[in-house]
Design a protein around this ligand. Structure first.
Ligand SMILES: NC(=O)C1=CN([C@@H]2O[C@H](COP(=O)(O)OP(=O)(O)OC[C@H]3O[C@@H](n4cnc5c(N)ncnc54)[C@H](OP(=O)(O)O)[C@@H]3O)[C@@H](O)[C@H]2O)[C@@H](O)CC1
Ligand SMILES: Nc1ncnc2c1ncn2[C@@H]1O[C@H](COP(=O)(O)OP(=O)(O)O)[C@@H](O)[C@H]1O
Ligand SMILES: [Mg+2]
Length: 279
């Protein structure tokens, strides 16, 4: 199993060219949140904005628009129940996050199907409730060309049928190769693992202070902004995963628990540090 270390950050994060504008740094659509899980949409969007995404739109329930507009004025909002707006938004964004805080419902199933129907070569990051509903309804993922799956061990158990003690790298590889062979899979846990093109990579940082609601939602926003700016590759996704735990480790030196909102607030300065450290 190959290891991911700090060198990945300066390899991926680079200084921005002077002649550039927001359209060069990714158009991200985050389909997330519901009555009970508004925070998940907020945390994903905050992380995407703070990680440098050029334009971020949150598709959610209208009752959460005010909270999002107040907390993250950089992000736009659309109603995911307005099918015309949703279709258009899926088509015009180049990275789509689907799942955080959607809840296990028929509405989530319809949202997944709407994404699959409208995409061409967009990058899809599937997390949380979207993964739960893909498992429950056995939705075929093979039509998605650029797919990143980010289950925690419980979600991976549902998706793969592998109980946690049986989630060995050999078994996980076999399962992802039958479920969605072209996808990139991150199994989130202590020392998370990436499965991609028959290889396994392991994260060496991270800490138990990260075991708090919203930490995975935050990761989806970082990954989305990274692939939106730097392109979809194993290196870029590994850098996003590493950065998330790297900032968490810095916070954990002083704080007993790593708050996702605090982690997100430190992303811009940490990215600048690695962009400037480049020779
Ligand atoms: N503020 C907000 O809006 C927030 C909203 N959120 C949203 O809530 C929705 C539900 O997501 P979820 O992850 O909380 O619950 P779920 O899908 O039921 O999975 C848990 C099951 O898996 C098991 N399990 C085993 N290993 C595990 C592991 N390593 N990590 C976690 N669980 C593990 C676990 O076992 P148990 O704890 O019962 O022993 C249980 O059986 C989703 O849309 C999400 O985005 C959250 O993001 C929080 C902040
Ligand atoms: N003990 C731990 N050690 C290292 N990382 C952890 C630990 N506990 C949680 N994490 C990380 O925190 C994140 C939790 O994701 P997830 O369970 O999806 O959170 P949520 O759904 O509440 O946003 C993952 O990136 C996971 O690797
Ligand atoms: Mg989660």
């Amino acid at each position: 199993m190959q290891k991911i270390d700090e060198s990945i950050l300066s390899e991926v994060i680079h200084k921005r060219p002077d002649i550039s504008y927001k359209g060069n740094y990714g158009r991200i659509l985050i389909i997330a949140g519901s009555t009970h899980f508004g925070g998940a949409a907020l945390m994903s969007a905050r992380a995407a904005v703070n990680s440098g995404a050029g334009l971020v739109t949150v598709a959610t329930v209208p009752e959460k628009f005010t909270a999002i507009n107040v907390d993250i004025p950089e992000a736009m909002t659309i109603d995911y129940n307005n099918l015309q707006d949703l279709d258009e938004s899926i088509q015009k964004n180049n990275v789509i996050v689907i799942g955080p805080g959607l809840g296990s419902s028929d509405s989530t199933v319809n949202l997944i199907k709407t994404v699959i129907k409208n995409i061409s070569d967009q990058i899809i990051i599937m997390d949380a409730s979207a993964l739960t509903m893909v498992s429950e309804k056995k939705i075929d993922l093979n039509a998605i060309k650029n797919l990143i799956l980010t289950p925690h061990q419980g979600e991976w158990q549902r998706l793969s049928g592998l109980k946690i003690p049986d989630q060995t790298s050999k078994n996980n590889l076999k399962k992802i190769n039958s479920l969605a062979p072209n996808s990139l899979l991150i199994v989130k846990k202590h020392l998370s693992e990436i499965y991609y093109q028959n290889n396994v990579y392991q994260l060496l940082n991270g800490n138990p202070g990260m075991a708090t609601g919203g930490m995975g939602d935050t990761l989806t926003g970082i990954i989305a902004a990274f692939v939106g700016q730097f392109g979809f590759s194993l290196k870029v996704v590994s850098a996003a995963l590493y950065l998330h735990s790297h900032i968490a480790d810095k916070i954990y030196q002083k704080d007993y628990v790593v708050l996702p909102t605090k982690l997100a607030s430190k992303i811009p300065q940490t990215m600048q540090k690695f962009a400037c450290s480049k020779k």
